[in-house]
Design a protein around this ligand. Structure first.
Ligand code: S3P
Length: 427
């Protein structure tokens, strides 16, 4: 059921330290790797949203026992693949990563999702997984249902994919763990390399020159994962602080994977003050504390690898750019059209619904920063990141903002509105 939430921002500085929920990308990976391993793994502080619940439900369907943070798996050779379709909900990461893992399992699985996921492009999986010897079939439009037929092992392959997609790189790597020899994958840069860092730390792969990653076939070990906070969730709080001169937020214990924090570079280029400190790592993937302070902002340009490394945060770039002076140009971001919504269209519609000046381009958008936004109504269009970016826009807006379809935030951050209110009301 569609739910509307009305938010009204403080329009004054605030200062808070806030811990955000566990990282979504890492939670999916921990669940799938723990399901591939034989024995008991634990996953502490996993993400709480519906997307990660979809992955958890599906590994249970494959025969893994999940009890709170503990997962006990018979290992990928013991998976029981049901005849009925496996429902990935709204989660593209669930569908693509599981497709990769299933290409190395014995049996035929069909992956489906909600109305939004059933429209997203899946053809990108076909070449890499077929190169590994799996049989992959899709709808005529190149969308789900995705049917994967595996034989329990794969054939080593070297593939080069045309987009900086961590999901496709990860799907290939998970399938290649079951191969009869070493495999490699290469792509444009800017992707989050979580899977690759974790596999390397487990002795199952190695980074080569450029963006090539080599996968050594082998058994995934059971492991005790501790999931850091999600920088793509923290980004909503960072953006809120950036909008108001003198406002501050500190987010401890977030993933600082270089493919996740392009948005901080964008905020810094716009004039925000950023502090960052690496405090640890999980399997070679850095974790740390980030602070953001708002200042007077100016427009900037975002393209190339930076656009890829800030991709999930580009709706927020449009919001912050509206509070800056001058034009912000985002290009090389055509992948936005393949997200939970067509995020070029929904981002531009969001800004313009609030009295801002945004224009869609084929591979990005332009925002004319006026230094303010009005209140208004933002249609989430089933996209959690648009719902949350619309709410963040209220931080300095002249009137209240209604988020139509606010329930979509539950995909990644069920308690988002409480966290935003806590930030806004801090002193
Ligand atoms: C993700 C990779 C990115 C990102 C998505 C999560 C992941 O997608 O946009 O939200 O966990 O691997 P692409 O692989 O399509 O770039």
């Amino acid at each position: 059921m569609s739910e509307s939430v009305v938010v009204e921002g403080p329009r004054r500085p605030f200062a808070a330290g806030i811990e955000v929920p566990g990282d979504k990308s890492l939670s999916h990976r921990a669940l799938i790797l723990a399901a591939m391993a034989t024995g008991t793994s634990t996953i502490a502080r996993a993400a709480t949203g519906r997307d990660v619940q979809s992955t958890r439900d599906l590994v249970e369907r494959l025969g893994v026992t999940v009890d709170g943070d503990r997962l006990t798996s018979p290992g990928i050779d013991g998976w029981t693949i049901p005849d009925a379709p496996l429902d990935c909900g709204n989660s593209g990461t669930t569908m693509r990563l599981l497709a990769g893992a299933l290409s190395g399992a014995d049996g035929t699985a069909t992956l489906v999702g909600d109305e939004f996921l059933m429209r997203r492009p899946m053809r990108r999986l076909v070449d890499p997984l077929t190169a590994l010897g799996a049989s992959v079939s899709l709808s005529e439009d190149g969308t789900a249902p995705v049917t994967i037929r595996g034989t329990g092992s794969t054939t080593a392959a070297d593939v080069d994919i045309p987009m900086a997609s961590a999901q496709v790189r990860s799907a290939f790597a998970l399938g290649a763990l079951r191969a009869d020899g070493e495999s490699t994958i290469t792509s444009p840069t800017g992707y989050r390399d979580h899977t690759e860092r974790w596999l390397e730390a487990m002795g199952l792969g190695k980074r080569e020159s450029g963006t090539t990653f080599r996968i050594y076939p082998g058994d995934v070990p059971a492991y005790n994962y501790v999931i850091p906070g999600d920088p793509s969730s923290a980004a909503f709080l960072w953006a809120a602080a950036a909008i108001i001169p003198g406002a501050q937020v500190v987010t401890p214990n977030v993933s600082l994977n270089p493919g996740r924090i392009g948005f901080l570079e964008v905020l810094e280029a716009m004039g925000a003050t950023i502090t960052g400190e690496v405090t640890g790592a999980v399997l070679g993937d850095p974790v740390g504390t980030v602070g953001v302070q708002g200042n007077e902002l100016r427009g900037t340009t975002v393209h190339g690898a930076l656009a890829a490394a800030a991709l999930d945060e580009l709706p927020l770039v449009a919001v912050v750019a509206s509070y800056a002076e001058g034009i912000t140009r985002v290009s090389d971001a055509a992948e936005l059209r393949a997200k939970e919504s067509d995020r070029i269209a929904t981002t531009v519609a969001m800004v313009n619904a609030l009295g801002g000046g945004a224009q869609a381009q084929q591979d990005g958008f332009e925002v004319l920063g006026l230094g303010w936004l009005d209140g208004g109504v933002v249609e989430a269009e089933g996209d959690h990141r648009i719902a949350m970016a619309g709410a963040v826009a209220a931080t300095g807006a002249t009137g209240p903002i209604t988020i139509a379809g606010a329930e979509s935030v539950g995909v990644s951050w069920p308690r988002f509105f409480e966290a935003l209110e806590a930030l806004w009301s801090s002193q």
